[in-house]
Design a protein around this ligand. Structure first.
Ligand SMILES: [Zn+2]
Length: 127
C-alpha cells in the first residue's frame, strides 16, 4: 500500500501488512499533503491508525459506527475522527484509572461508547 486516503477504506490486507510505524507514516503523509493543520500530526495519525486497524479487523461496533455516521452525513474521514475521539477518551481513561487488569471491562466500555456515538454527540464533544 503506497497511499492512504481516509476518503476510502484501505484494502484490509494491504493495510494490515504494514507495520504500525508505516501506517502512521502514510496517514501523516496524507494530512501533510492535504495541508490539514493539526496541533500534532503524529498523535492525530496514531488515532487514525487505531481506528483503521479496528475497521480492517472488522471490529463490529466500529464498523457499525462507520456506517451509521456515514448515513448521518459525515465523510469517511470525519467518521474516523469521531471514532478517534472516543479512542482518545478511552486511552485517557486507561491511563488515569489504575486498572487492575480488567481489559475486558475496559474494552466493553469502549465498544459501548462507540455504539452511542452520533454526529451530534461528536460535534458537542459529549462522549
Ligand atoms: Zn484526519
Amino acid at each position: 500500500m503506497e497511499e492512504y486516503n481516509p476518503g476510502c477504506a484501505p484494502e484490509p490486507e494491504s493495510w494490515l501488512e504494514l507495520d504500525e510505524q508505516e501506517r502512521i507514516a502514510v496517514v501523516e503523509t496524507y494530512h501533510r499533503g492535504a495541508r490539514i493543520k493539526l496541533p500534532n500530526v503524529t498523535a492525530h495519525a496514531a488515532l487514525h491508525v487505531i481506528v483503521e486497524n479496528q475497521i480492517a479487523l472488522n471490529v463490529e461496533p466500529v464498523v457499525r459506527a462507520m456506517h451509521r455516521l456515514g448515513k448521518e452525513g459525515l465523510t469517511r474521514h470525519d467518521a474516523v475522527h469521531a471514532i478517534g475521539s472516543v479512542v482518545a477518551e478511552h486511552l485517557f481513561d486507561i491511563l488515569k484509572t489504575d486498572q487492575n487488569g480488567d481489559a475486558a471491562t475496559s474494552q466493553a466500555r469502549y465498544y459501548a461508547a462507540v455504539e452511542r456515538l452520533t454526529v451530534a454527540s461528536w460535534r458537542n464533544g459529549e462522549h
